[in-house]
Write a protein that binds this ligand. Structure first.
Ligand SMILES: C[S@@+](CC[C@H](N)C(=O)[O-])C[C@H]1O[C@@H](n2cnc3c(N)ncnc32)[C@H](O)[C@@H]1O
Length: 156
């Protein structure tokens, strides 16, 4: 299953970029034998200040047709890392071929796009900067693949 992170904003080189690249490289390597990955990052940017609606149109274009859509949203569902790994395996086993995570910008994800999501995932009730949400997602993807591969990265 191809994995996509569709996110508002462009991340230049720096510590967040380095972490994301590192975790996604590890995810791709660990996930290969599990039918997970590769993970591709699609960054969208609305330079005209059109807000959530304009960002949603750009995000929509980045979403592969038929993908399972997971919106990252603080009002979404809280999962433990093993629960997230089960979800990931379940989405893979649905056979839709693509899984797309959506991360909004400063104002969040447009309600119409959020309503289309198959699942809303929360990293807690606190609001995180969108660039950090990306890092956390990349790490949790790698952690989930490690759990499914029975590798010792995740410890309880
Ligand atoms: C700065 S936040 C926007 C917060 C905005 N007030 C809202 O209503 O969504 C930017 C993006 O980061 C992600 N994000 C931030 N905190 C999150 C959390 N606790 N759980 C899941 N995603 C989060 C979401 O995708 C959000 O759209």
């Amino acid at each position: 299953m191809r994995v996509h992170i569709c996110a508002v904003g462009r991340l230049r080189s720096g510590p967040e970029r380095a972490l994301i690249d590192d975790y996604l490289t590890r995810f791709d390597r660990t996930g290969r034998a599990l039918g997970l990955g590769p993970c591709t990052l699609h960054e969208v940017e609305d330079k005209k200040g059109g807000g959530m609606k304009a960002e949603a149109a750009l995000l929509d274009r980045a979403l592969p047709a038929g993908a399972v859509i997971v919106a990252l949203d603080e009002r979404g569902k809280l999962l433990s890392s093993p629960e997230f790994s089960d979800k990931l395996a379940g989405w893979r086993d649905m056979g839709r071929g693509d899984l797309a995570f959506v991360i909004g910008g400063a104002d969040g994800i447009d309600p119409a796009l959020r309503a289309r999501a198959d699942f809303k995932l929360s990293f807690g009730k606190m609001v995180w900067p969108h660039m950090l949400a990306r890092v956390m997602l990349a790490e949790q993807l790698y952690r989930a693949a490690s759990i499914l591969a029975n590798s010792p990265y995740h410890r309880v």
